[in-house]
Design a protein around this ligand. Sequence first.
Ligand code: PLP
Length: 404
Amino acid sequence: MSKFDLSKAGFGTAAIHAGQNPDPVYGALATPIFQTSTYCFETVEEGCGKFSKQIPGFVYSRSGNPTTAALEQKIAFLEGGEACVATASGMGAIGSVLVALLKAGDHVIAGNCVYGCTSFVMHDTLAKFGVSVSFVDTSDLKAVEAAIRPETKIIYFETPTNPTMVITDIGAISELAHKHAIRVVVDNTFAPPPIQYPIKCGADISLHSVTKYLNGHGDVIGGAVVGRADDIALIRGSAMTKLCGSSPSPFNSYLVLRGMQTLELRMARHCANGAALAKWLAANPYVDRVYYPGLDGAQSELIKKQMNGFTGAMISFELKDGVNGMDSFTACKKMINALKLVSIAVSLGDPETLIQHPASMTHGNMSKEDRLAAGISDGLIRLSAGLENTEDLISDFEQAFAAI
Ligand code: PLP
């Protein structure tokens, strides 16, 4: 860690320096990429000591690597957690948490609207291992309370939800959960620091698809889990490095370290573009509904408190049925196909603004019934506001809407 007391530093300073120190061998400023699978020991005794953790150090890169360790320190520091384990993908993070913390007979309360692959794991995979799941709108505290059973071990949700942007009160859910000795796991991908700090709000675990804003450059698949040191040791030791085996490559850890140094600047620009596009879409006569935190005035106090005054850069919207005789989705396809700057792609948090159709893409593996229950209509479009100049994005949408 930096010699400067980063606990007193601003977010931007910490994002640059946390976890990163000049290399002690050559003084390299940038954290080196330790592209190695294994580590040599001077003696058998040293190897035994490192394996038994009596001597600190690395033994094999599936269980730990210096480049990845720097990334883990940075993410833990910025999230305000005791420890972090980095993973090869967001799904690697989610799988590692579930495998480590659950056993047959346990019960999970999961948000009814989550990323499509998470939904698949919750609906299909966990049942194979004897874990039952109840799906609840976690923004409804009473509904969460009613779903609690003696065997409930985890309450799992996204806030804002992907793709309906519903906000759950992390503090209120955590207070309720902890009365019943239940862990709260928040997927913080859509609102990373400096927007939202689930652990500071009371959650036990905050996890990320690092692929998105933390890396921020659209060139890495990665994940991370942050929490108490004992939970992270359990997740790393029993699940991530064993059954899941989902360690990130040192090169990807290096790219994410580099990307995270500009997280504060990027998030401010992403959020400014998100707010501007949401406002512009809401005023568009072809648009039926825009899903964006705080746009309809609902939950404004919670958003101010929990999201530190930011409203994020993810927007969903539906077009009106009947525009020029077309149903909502046909009109959407026409508009999207006419975009010249915005790319049609899944993922989010990249410099490029991305647009996609959740019902057939990110959430296409959900049953229609589950999808509609989660509020994901056939005509819903999701937009990740990138880092371009706002006027260029609006002018691209203007010409695309004119083509409907
Ligand atoms: N969580 C959320 C909210 C996501 O949107 C995604 C991917 O889109 C994931 C988790 C999975 O992350 P990854 O694609 O890095 O495995």
